[in-house]
Design a protein around this ligand. Structure first.
Ligand SMILES: C[S@@+](CC[C@H](N)C(=O)[O-])C[C@H]1O[C@@H](n2cnc3c(N)ncnc32)[C@H](O)[C@@H]1O
Length: 332
């Protein structure tokens, strides 16, 4: 999740879409409403980026076909399947995230530290995109995910692979693994240092001795900056997706508000928004959590493409059993 932006810009856009668009933009003053939407989109630089023009009626088309299911009231909530498919379109197509290459890189990092690694658990695995490649490199893989729509997408993708319903902050599986991963900043969903420590404890507890933890952290407070509204657009032949994301910071908490427009032939265009809250932990807080969990050989490594690194650490092998000093028993 690499979305950061200018909060004020989107707040204005919300005002426009949140009111008149819900009524379809057709009542008295509808034309003015559509023009004002257009003006805001131009301001937000959408028009230039997506080659829209008011004369071609693009904005009218978008405004008139936004769907809001009756049971949603005034709140926009995504259909379950939309969450997972929008997630994949945004990251694999719009952001160009290469899950296959990442999975190979991560496998190499794991094998450099544990050459016989043959099992892997991916915690907060999302829709299972990394696991779909890890399954070819490890004899046994499993996933764990909290959000049901994401987990369902992972199960659909990963025929025959177990994807547990669970919370990374507190889970207990019946086996341990040669490697445990927690990728793409999922760890940032821990809401406090205490939850970070609990999560890393849980991840470490599922490692075999000699096993490798591979963590991709969220931004640190020093790295985090507010920038322009982040926009992404993607299509896969059947669906078209636009997402705008705006973020802000409150102390060590970063909040990302994401607005989605997903258009699908035959279904129309659906709009929903999501709010994600992630904690800006420091490097030292990650290091402490990893050390407290009994891991060693902690290393900061390059990440998948921006400022965020990867962190690796290894679980100690059991201390070698040394026979007690042989010889005559000491006399009392
Ligand atoms: C940025 S996505 C990363 C997903 C996947 N690892 C990837 O690389 O595409 C973050 C994921 O963390 C999951 N998540 C958030 N909090 C969680 C928790 N407490 N326990 C398990 N999963 C969680 C979300 O549902 C989401 O699927």
């Amino acid at each position: 999740m690499d979305d950061r932006g200018d909060r004020d810009g989107l707040r204005d856009a919300e005002l426009v879409t949140g009111g008149d668009l819900a009524a379809g933009g057709t009542g008295p003053g509808g034309h003015r409403v559509l023009l004002s939407i257009w003006e805001r989109l131009v301001e937000l630089d959408v028009a230039r980026r997506y080659h829209l023009s008011p004369a071609a009626g693009h904005v009218v088309h978008h405004a008139m076909t936004i769907n809001r299911p009756a049971d949603e009231g005034t709140t926009n909530v995504a259909h379950n399947q939309d969450l997972a498919s929008a997630y994949e379109l945004i990251y694999t197509v719009a952001a160009g995230k290469d899950y296959q290459r990442e999975a190979y890189d991560i496998t190499d990092l794991i094998r450099q530290r544990n050459p016989t690694a043959d099992s892997l658990l991916d915690v907060a695995c999302g829709t299972g995109l990394h696991l779909s490649h890890f399954r070819h490199s490890f004899a046994h893989v499993e996933g764990l995910e909290l959000a049901e729509p994401m987990r369902k997408a992972a199960i659909d993708r990963l025929d025959g692979i177990t994807v547990h319903a669970g919370d990374m902050r507190d889970f207990r599986l019946t086996r341990r693994f040669s490697a445990v991963t927690c990728l793409f900043s999922s760890i940032g969903y821990a809401r406090s240092v205490e939850e970070l420590n609990q999560t890393v404890d849980c991840l470490a507890a599922h490692l075999e001795p000699g096993g490798v933890l591979l963590l991709e952290p969220w931004f640190t407070p020093n790295q985090w900056i507010s920038g322009p509204v982040d926009t992404g657009t993607a299509a896969d032949g059947r669906r078209h997706l636009t997402r705008m994301c705006v973020s802000h910071q409150n102390g060590t908490t970063s909040t990302l508000t994401m607005h989605y427009l997903l258009g699908e032939t035959g279904t129309g265009i659906r709009h929903w928004s999501e709010e994600h809250t992630l904690t800006l932990f420091t490097d030292e807080q990650y290091r402490q959590a990893i050390r407290q969990a009994g891991l060693h050989d902690v290393q900061w490594l390059p990440g998948w493409g921006d400022l965020r690194p990867r962190i690796s650490a290894v679980k100690r092998r059991r201390a070698r059993f040394t026979a007690p000093h042989s010889g005559p028993a000491p006399r009392p």
